[in-house]
Each structure stands twice: as structure tokens, then as C-alpha cells.
Write a protein that binds this ligand. Structure first.
Ligand code: DMJ
Length: 660
């Protein structure tokens, strides 16, 4: 007999769950089963369906999270101890700010919130193995491990026999890196044309002191919240990682030297000596790491004469070399500095033309200093190859090149902005670096300037601003990236080194335009991209900005060109314009707790929308160029003795003219 059913309750479609720590519970399993079954039968069909759905859903969630946790656990176990140290195991949501005068290296436990990593990795089937050295060479290299850096690198190497690829597959690394040569332990002294500028510098003037103040403020934020990491996130008082190499710190070394910030320089030098390790399973972008890390270390070496920086530079240079092992010798964009696996970006097999042609100043200099030709040879092979390629338009190059065929791809699009910009810059600067002897470089540069004038130069309405637009399959676009504002400075530099005087005229005109790109914005800061008005009848202003292009990343190009224009013409208006820019940076991008932030909207001074990122080039380039701009001393990093790489790191000219 079934028990008498309870009086029929009104039928309601909801679930009620009663938790009873029941006194009636007698511990019998059969009672529990019967009772549960009865209750289940008493539920409406809808209630039962909802419960079944919930249970299935919970089981699925459980299964999925198990898989993900297991994956993470495997990945963490595949990483180096070094990398794990960089990530706090259980980071606080917001970092506890350190005292400004605390030594960052003394308090490794106070770590800000979890960093974002932006490693780009390519598909495994596109990865190549680095060439393995023969075992004799390797044994010889092993005997060279005498200093602390190499000893540590080897220790880390031994802990990293397997790595996890971007898809989680375990691959066996085959290190293609070489240890620093014996030569690097006793490198040649820096060239006699590379004076120690710190001892010669005049005391900073008022504007330079304002730059020093800005630098100190930026550095304080980095030191407190991002010490040893790639970039400061000043608003969240945290940091982000790109390569995990202390990018901001390395990019800023020579700026500190130039600004006379000795204490800060020494502290950073200590970090380089004790903490900077390149034996790690991480993909770096060949171009970005060359101009920032290699360039930064070489420049720090030249200014300070400290051989630590050269040893680090050679170690790093060796680790980049596998990128050149492609069918065409055009390097891949990415290389793993721990394993030597190189590959193109995930979305293409092409490299960017500007990237493969803007590493030469650094690689050539590394060869000169170490006596090892392979760096220069690999980089110059690219220059020679691009020189002889068809597909240019009056010296203008397309934006992409295949690492496989070595041919230009995506033909017919020409710009002086992103992906092509520093190709032109490095043609001129290599020619200067090498003592103005390599005529092919000069010819390519001169032809390109004519190509710019013929195809890309226009004047806007109504103010007739001269600008450099873009060409896509014969169609002109009045679009100009802020990146193009490197060009006035480069043209002026060429004119200073004896190129046609009309290059200087063009430089002046473009400088006016770049200034207006800043001036016409409500914050006084240029957006990332502008479009110029070409129509006389319209009531439009010259400079137009699309909503998606309103951001400012603290980029240096305007102040970079202001520095060259002032240095080479002596016109004080360029200093005044730079002063305005510094005021704007201070008004709209300075974060009170330390650091400066890129912003999302240069048109809204009331809410410029900080993006919570201080790019390393703000310290490496923007503030350095401002400081140099405000100097009236042409011998402070003389343009007859130094050539600046595209990240503003000064490298000596190999054979400067007499009397320079
Ligand atoms: C820097 O890394 C270099 O100046 C590069 O040539 C272009 N992009 C940034 C600055 O804008």
C-alpha cells in the first residue's frame, strides 16, 4: 500500500528546496532512497526537467573546468623557474604600492596584479628548428662559460628541456643559441668618436629640468609597480609583459645616462647584471626586440663604457640569429630566444618590410664591436636582397615580403606609415653609420624621396598643409599615420649630411604639418591617424580624425623631428612647440601615482580616457628627444658623431668626417 497522498497542493511551476537536518532521519539508506523517490514523483514535470537540466549543466561545467585546470597545470610545469617567478602565484587584486624609496630588488614579494602577456606564437608546423652547431663547437663554447651571466644561463637551460608550444603540444627544443664569444669578454673599447657625454654636458636648463622631472615621475611609477617587467600599467598600478625582458628598463638606460640620472642608472644596471636572463622559453619579435633591447644595450655600452652591456648584447644577438634561417634569408618575424625556434606570425608567412629592413644599424654595430661578422652579414643580406627586388614604385616599397619566396607580397600599396616607415629611415642612417660610402643605400634613399614627392605628397585645404598620404592600387588616400612624423627629422638629417637642400625645405613643411596634427587637437596631442581635407569649397578643417583613430600612445615621432629640425636649423620655434607638447603630456597623460598613460581620446580634454599603458618608447624616445631638443649644445650627442636607431638609441658613426 502506498501511503495516503497528502492533500493536493495547488500546482505551481517553481522549485522549492527544503533543507532539513531532519530529526526523523534514521540513517537508513533504503529510507533515504524511498523518501527521495517519493519526493521526486511529487514534483511536476517542469520541476523535474529543470532539475535534470541543472544537474547536466553542472556536470558539464565540472568536466570543462577539470580539463582546463589540467592543461594549465601541464603548461606551468613546462615553464622555466624564471618565468614562474615573474608571475605571482596568488597575486593580490591591486598591488600594495611600495614606498618610493624602497629598493625594488629588495622586496620581491610585493608584486602587483597578474601581468598580461602578449606572446605571439605561430603554428608549430611553421616553426623551424635552429641549425644545430656541431658538437665540437658546442664543447668549445661550453668552456667559455666563465662569467656569472653565462653560468646562470646554462643553469636555466638545463631546467628547460621541454617546452609547451602555443597549442599546448610538448615539443623538444633544440637550442640554436650561442653563448657569448670569448671576444665579448674582452671587447674592444668604444670608438674614440664616442665621447662620454655625461662628463661634458652643461647643467640642464629649465625646460630640460622639466623633462627630468617627467622622467623621474614616469620612472617612479615603473619602479614601484612594474620593476623588471616590460611595461607599466600606471592606472591599475600594475604591469604588462610582452617579451618578459624588462623592456622599459632597457629602453630607458641611455636616457638616464643622458639626463644625468646616475643613481637610477646604477640601480637599473644592477638589475641587468643580476636579473636579466635571455635563456627563457619566450618568443620575441625580431624587430621590436632588436631596436629596443639590442639597441638599448649597445647604446648603454657606448655611453657608459660598461662591458656588461656589450656581453648582454652579444648574448641576445646570438639568440636572434635563428630568425634568419629561412628559405629566402628574409628573417621570420618571431624567434624563441630560449629554444631557437623561429616562425612567422600566426596569420601569415610574410614578414613586414619595415621590420626586416630596420635591424641593420644594430646588427652591423654588434659585428663591429664583437668582431663576429655573422650579425652584419645576415642583416646586410636582407638589404641587398630588398635592393634588387622588383615591385617598387619609384623607390617606394610594398609593406610585406614573403620569407619563403623572398618576393614582395600585397603589392601596390605604398605608405610611409606603419610597416614601411623605418625602411626609408634605415637606408639613410646606415649610409651615415658606415661613413657615407655605401652608395646603394644612398641611391635607394634618394630614389625613395623622389617617389614620395611624386606619388604621396599633397597639400590640404584650407591651410595648405603639406602631408604624406598613401597609395593603394593607384588610388590616393589622404591618410597619414602619426608614425610618418619621423620623416621631417630624417629628411633634415639627410640634408645635414649633404643631400639636396630641397629635402630640408620638405622637412620644414612636414614639420609644420606634424605640429598642426597635435595643435589642432583639444588636448594638444596628435591622434594615431589623421585624414587631411582636400576640398577647397568645404567648411572642413585641414585635419580630420575618425573615432577609431583618436588615441595617443605617447609616441615620439613629432618630438623626434622637432629635435632634428631645431638642432639643424637653430630655429627656437621648434623648442617652443616641443615645450607645448610636454605641457600636454603632463596635463592629459600624467598619472598622479606615477607614470604616464596612453589615452583613447585626444579630442576630449575633460575625459581623455587613459588606456592604462606606458609604452617603453615614452622613456626610450619621447622624453630623450624632448631633453635633447631643449639643449642648445650641438655637441650633446653630435649628429656628426652619432646616428640614432629607430628607437632613439644613439650608435656611433663609424668614420665621422674630420673635425666632427
Ligand atoms: C618605436 O618603437 C619606434 O620608433 C618604431 O620605429 C616605431 N614605433 C615606435 C614609436 O612610435
Amino acid at each position: 500500500m502506498y501511503p495516503t497522498p497528502p492533500p493536493a497542493a495547488p500546482h505551481r511551476d517553481f522549485i522549492s528546496v527544503t533543507l532539513s537536518l531532519g530529526q526523523s532521519y534514521d540513517g537508513s539508506k533504503s529510507w533515504r532512497r524511498r523518501s527521495c523517490w517519493r519526493k521526486w514523483k511529487q514534483l511536476s514535470r517542469l520541476q523535474r526537467n529543470v532539475i535534470l537540466f541543472l544537474l547536466t549543466f553542472l556536470m558539464l561545467c565540472g568536466l570543462l573546468s577539470y580539463i582546463s585546470v589540467a592543461d594549465q597545470w601541464r603548461a606551468v610545469n613546462g615553464r622555466s623557474a624564471e618565468e614562474r617567478k615573474m608571475r605571482p602565484a596568488d597575486p593580490p587584486v591591486l598591488p600594495a604600492p611600495q614606498k618610493a624609496d624602497a629598493n625594488p630588488e629588495d622586496s620581491p614579494g610585493v608584486l602587483p596584479q597578474k601581468p598580461q602577456r602578449h606572446f605571439r606564437r605561430g603554428p608549430p608546423n611553421l616553426q623551424i628548428r635552429a641549425p644545430s652547431k656541431d658538437s665540437k663547437d658546442r664543447r668549445q663554447d661550453d668552456t667559455k662559460q666563465r662569467d656569472e651571466m653565462v653560468g646562470d644561463a646554462r643553469q636555466e637551460e638545463n631546467t628547460q628541456r621541454t617546452v609547451v608550444s602555443w597549442r599546448g603540444a610538448v615539443i623538444e627544443p633544440q637550442p640554436g643559441t650561442e653563448l657569448p664569444s670569448r671576444k665579448a669578454e674582452a671587447p674592444p673599447r668604444p670608438s674614440s668618436q664616442a665621447p662620454r657625454i655625461q662628463s661634458q654636458a652643461a647643467p640642464p636648463n629649465e625646460r630640460q629640468r622639466a623633462v627630468i622631472d617627467a622622467f623621474r615621475h614616469a620612472w617612479a611609477g615603473y619602479r614601484k609597480f612594474a620593476w623588471g617587467h616590460d611595461e607599466l600599467k600606471p592606472v591599475s598600478r600594475s604591469f604588462s609583459e610582452w617579451f618578459g625582458l624588462g623592456l622599459t628598463l632597457i629602453d630607458a638606460l641611455d636616457t638616464m645616462w643622458i639626463l644625468g640620472l646616475k643613481k637610477e642608472f646604477e640601480e637599473a644596471r644592477k638589475w641587468v647584471s643580476k636579473k636579466l636572463r635571455f635563456q627563457k622559453d619566450v618568443d620575441v619579435n625580431l624587430f621590436e626586440s632588436t631596436i629596443r633591447v639590442l639597441g638599448g644595450l649597445l647604446s648603454a655600452y657606448h655611453l657608459s663604457g660598461d662591458e656588461l652591456f656589450l656581453r648582454k648584447a652579444e648574448d641576445f644577438g646570438n639568440r636572434l640569429m635563428p630568425a634568419f634561417q629561412t628559405p629566402s634569408k628574409i628573417p621570420y618575424s618571431d624567434v624563441n630566444i630560449g629554444t631557437g625556434a623561429a616562425h612567422p606570425p600566426r596569420w601569415t608567412s610574410d614578414s613586414t618590410v619595415a621590420e626586416v629592413t630596420s635591424i641593420q644599424l644594430e646588427f652591423r654595430e654588434l659585428s663591429r664591436l664583437t668582431g663576429r661578422k655573422k650579425f652584419q652579414e645576415a642583416a646586410e643580406e636582407v638589404t641587398r636582397h630588398v635592393h634588387s627586388l622588383s615591385g617598387k614604385k619609384d623607390g617606394l616599397v610594398p609593406m610585406f615580403i614573403s620569407t619563403h619566396s623572398g618576393l614582395f607580397t600585397h603589392m601596390g600599396v605604398f605608405t610611409l606609415g606603419a610597416r614601411a616607415d623605418s625602411y626609408y629611415e634605415y637606408l639613410l642612417k646606415q649610409w651615415i653609420q658606415g661613413g657615407k660610402k655605401e652608395t646603394q643605400l644612398l641611391e635607394d634613399y634618394l630614389e625613395a624621396v623622389e617617389g614620395i614627392k611624386k606619388h604621396l605628397l599633397r597639400r590640404s585645404e584650407p591651410r595648405k598643409l603639406t602631408f604624406v598620404g598613401e597609395l593603394a592600387h593607384g588610388r590616393f588616400s589622404a591618410k597619414m599615420d602619426h608614425l610618418v612624423c619621423f620623416l621631417p627629422g630624417t629628411l633634415a638629417l639627410g640634408a645635414h649630411h649633404g643631400l639636396p637642400a630641397d629635402h630640408m625645405e620638405l622637412a620644414r613643411a612636414l614639420m609644420d604639418t606634424c605640429y598642426q596634427m597635435n595643435r589642432q587637437m583639444e588636448t594638444g596631442l596628435s591622434p594615431e591617424i589623421v585624414h587631411f581635407n582636400l576640398y577647397p569649397q568645404s567648411d572642413h578643417k585641414d585635419v580630420q580624425v575618425k573615432p577609431a583613430d583618436r588615441h595617443n600612445l605617447l609616441r615620439p615621432e613629432t618630438v623626434e623631428s622637432l629635435f632634428y629640425l631645431h638642432r639643424l636649423t637653430g630655429d627656437p620655434k621648434y623648442q617652443d612647440w616641443g615645450w607645448e607638447l610636454l605641457q600636454s603630456f603632463n596635463a592629459y597623460t600624467r598619472v598622479p601615482s606615477g607614470g604616464y598613460s596612453s589615452i583613447s581620446n585626444v579630442r576630449d580634454p575633460l575625459n581623455p580616457q587613459p588606456r592604462d599603458k606606458m609604452e617603453s618608447f615614452f622613456l626610450g624616445e619621447t622624453l630623450k628627444y624632448l631633453y635633447l631638443l631643449f639643449s642648445d649644445d650641438p655637441d650633446l650627442l653630435s649628429l656628426d658623431a652619432y646616428v640614432f636607431n629607430t628607437e632613439a638609441h644613439p650608435l656611433p658613426i663609424w668614420a665621422p668626417p674630420r673635425g666632427a
